[in-house]
Design a protein around this ligand. Structure first.
Ligand code: SAM
Ligand code: SF4
Length: 335
């Protein structure tokens, strides 16, 4: 790593080569675990990064060692200038991917193919049409399913993100796993996480152990294969032998992945967050618009990164809602 690339290495030796950029704070769904019931105060349009600013700020990160960029939101495909953003970012030496709720995939599939975006994370929390509205407050189930198949028919690598919530969808864990028998997808069960306004409490969360317990009760141990963890992994992955796809568990609450964290987040209004759970943000957009260098600001933010979950080490800290009030809602971070 060259001297300039060292700015993305924190005090614990973690190298940050993965930038997640939120393109906007708006969404066409209202997932209750993500969007507060009263909505959020949206940033004025003038304080959101333009396509040109997204490119230039991303370029600074790339010059300092980022080689992986994921676009998220809100719903990233709602940005009218999404094709322009993608076309600019595709000129950088990075692997590009997106996280989407899938509703607008058919509208953008040509541009995704044109710029060789192969990896798509698609969020879908239920396989039951009538339950989709309960969590998203919108009736778009069939559209998401159709677009999932559209992606697979066009050879995209699809990971399906499933946030598990007690009493809502933990009875669908096995249905999701069984879906991987005939579909080459990776299901990623996500432990429900606390953010401003989402009324999290631990009793609503379905833990890694509970997920594995259900799977182990259904499939014999010689059928369940633990897959090798990816570098800087966030999901521990498994496969049922003979099935086309696989499944993983993102256990940010009960078994976090902080040791290998390589992520930096850039919000739609140009602030960096060095941890999903951190309330601290560093504004890059204002100095960038003033023509100042943002390199030292990035470096300082990375240096301030805590070893584990923004310094929340114990269970009681994680369970304390007061420690999450000042963080953004997930819809304004991007996951
Ligand atoms: N709208 C896009 C989507 O839903 O895929 C991208 C943005 S969304 C904020 C990114 C991811 O964060 C989604 O997979 C969503 O399920 C996840 N997410 C949102 N709120 C969450 C929470 N409280 N706990 C765990 N995951 C959450
Ligand atoms: Fe929108 Fe994604 Fe949040 Fe659902 S999880 S409200 S689709 S941003």
């Amino acid at each position: 790593m060259t001297a300039s690339k060292a700015i993305l290495t924190d005090d614990f030796g973690r190298k940050h080569n993965y930038l997640r950029i939120s393109l906007l704070e708006k969404c066409n769904l209202r997932c209750t675990y993500c969007m507060p019931a009263d909505g959020i105060a949206l940033s004025p349009k003038a304080s959101l990064m333009t396509a040109e600013e997204i490119f230039s700020i991303a370029q600074t990160f790339v010059e300092n060692g980022v080689d992986k960029i994921r676009l998220t939101g809100g719903e990233p495909l709602l940005r009218k200038d999404f094709p322009e953003i993608i076309s600019k970012l595709a000129s950088l030496e990075v692997s590009l991917s997106i996280t989407t709720n899938g509703i607008l995939i058919d509208r953008h599939i040509a541009v995704l193919k044109q710029f060789k975006i192969k990896k798509i994370n698609l969020s879908l929390d239920t396989l039951v049409s009538s339950k989709f509205h309960t969590v998203t407050l919108r009736d778009q189930f069939q559209k998401v399913i159709d677009n999932l198949h559209l992606l697979l028919n066009n050879d995209f690598e699809v990971k399906v993100n499933v946030v598990l919530i007690k009493g809502f969808n933990e009875n669908e864990i096995l249905d999701f796993v069984k879906l991987t028998q005939f579909l080459p997808i990776s299901i990623r069960f996500i432990e429900f996480m606390p953010f401003a306004g989402n009324e999290w409490d631990r009793s609503k969360m379905v833990s890694q152990n509970e997920i594995l317990f259900q799977v182990e009760n259904t499939f014999s141990s010689d059928k369940i294969q633990k897959l090798e963890d990816e570098e800087n992994f966030t999901a521990r992955t498994y496969k049922i032998k003979g099935f086309q796809g696989n499944f993983g568990i993102i256990s940010s609450i009960t078994n976090p992945f902080c040791d290998g964290c390589n992520r930096i987040r850039l919000t739609a209004n140009g602030k960096i967050k060095n941890c999903l759970f951190s309330n601290a943000e560093t504004d890059l957009l204002t100095p960038f618009r003033n023509g100042e260098s943002i390199t030292n600001l990035i470096s300082d933010s990375i240096k301030n990164k805590k070893k584990v979950r923004a310094g929340m080490v114990t269970v009681s800290e994680m369970d304390d809602p007061a420690l999450h009030f000042d963080n953004r809602s997930m819809i304004a971070i991007g996951g």
